[in-house]
Design a protein around this ligand. Structure first.
Ligand code: PGA
Length: 244
């Protein structure tokens, strides 16, 4: 089953959540894709009231279990609302200096609390230009999964240069994305002897390009930022492959 994930980032208020779901619930057709929406922490409660036939996720969790960590939100806290959590998004790695070690701690905490981690990895433009994509992706993947045996996890390959936040108009072609997905799938199979782990793609996914991406053999879903904010756009992405 494919997986379509919305990352709303730091957008929307309570009224906008209601407005989104009123439309989205009408537009979404039964597809073969699992759908997950990741709103801000403060909107999870409201989103839970409106979400129908989809799952919710958080955008981050603390790297500690509990205690005196002002402003942090723990895995146990989000588990009351969610089944998934995005970990190691490039915006967190770049703006908040999150490193591979913290990502690994968060992945383990998520698993302990029965949250499915959506682990983001991907190279920046300079690394790609220098031909280091495979090396960077492999390093991030192995660091995030150090000591992890669970296979109920999701890997999101998000080339930083193709994410709308950082992109200067560049987007990855389905073939460029597939090449890296193939490598990740190979690494995961070697490590886990299993192809159960879903590897999804993120970076400027739109209703227009989702189908071509999903046709690639090793792309098992998408992680959508900007394209997930409007109900019409996200429904079109979640409904990919169904006739309209
Ligand atoms: P984008 O964001 O779809 O706006 O490029 C994707 C992401 O940051 O996860």
């Amino acid at each position: 089953m494919a997986l379509v994930v919305a990352n709303w980032k730091m957008n929307k208020d309570l009224a906008e959540v209601q407005g989104f779901f009123k439309e989205f619930n009408k537009l979404r057709k039964n597809t073969k894709a699992d759908v997950v929406i990741c709103p801000s922490f403060t909107l999870l409660n409201e989103a839970q009231r409106w979400a129908k036939g989809i799952k919710l996720g958080a955008q981050n969790i603390a790297s500690e279990e509990k205690g005196a960590f002002t402003g942090e939100v723990s895995a146990a806290m989000v588990k009351e609302f969610c089944d998934y959590v995005i970990i190691g998004h490039s915006e967190r790695r770049i703006y908040y200096n999150e490193n591979d070690e913290q990502v690994n701690k968060k992945v383990k905490l998520a698993i302990e609390h029965k949250l499915t981690p959506i682990i983001c990895i991907g190279e920046n433009l300079e690394e790609r230009k220098k031909g280091k994509t495979q090396e960077v992706v492999k390093r991030q993947l192995e660091a995030a999964l150090k000591g992890v045996k669970e296979t109920d996890i999701v890997i999101a390959y998000e080339p930083i240069w193709a994410i709308s936040t950082f992109s200067k108009g560049e987007i990855a072609t389905p073939e460029q994305a597939e090449k890296v997905h193939e490598m990740i799938a190979g690494l995961l199979e070697k490590k886990y002897y299993s192809n159960k782990i879903r590897v999804i793609y993120g970076g400027s996914v739109t209703p227009e390009n989702v189908k071509a991406l999903m046709q690639q053999k090793n792309i098992k879903g998408v992680l959508v930022g900007g394209g997930s904010l409007k109900p019409e756009s996200f429904a079109a992405i979640a409904n990919y492959g169904t006739s309209t």
